[in-house]
Design a protein around this ligand. Sequence first.
Ligand code: HEC
Length: 108
Amino acid sequence: MKNIILLSLLLVGTYAIAGDAELGKAKAEQVCKTCHGMDGMGIDNTYPKLAGQYADYMAQALKDYRSGARKNAIMAGFSATLTDEDIANVAAYYSTLQENSLTDLTIK
Ligand code: HEC
């Protein structure tokens, strides 16, 4: 019984991080691109690059900003507008942008 519960938790967890990159792109267009860019490179050095970052890392960061576990005044506000589904989707979108070089800040 215990194993079944653990297995279901594992499956739910896996489902929760499998976002839809297309829906995430639409959300990024509305909310994130003014700072992180549609290419995930950040509009300048103030903003972290998201392109090619692991989706589960970004999803965790967004949930932590939303809960207050990770503190940042800017991201607290933006993450508060996101549902769990939005988070999975935007994380999926930015994680797909691997064609960008993470060291080239000139690409916009
Ligand atoms: C007004 C500017 C702004 C907007 C809009 C914005 N962010 Fe951010 N974001 C920041 C800043 C500044 C940081 C760095 C915060 C810190 O130091 O923890 C950050 C950090 C992050 C991080 C953590 C990166 C890391 O390497 O740990 C993620 C993930 C992220 N943002 C995703 C998003 C997503 C997805 C959206 C849209 C839903 C978004 N942000 C909208 C400014 C913004």
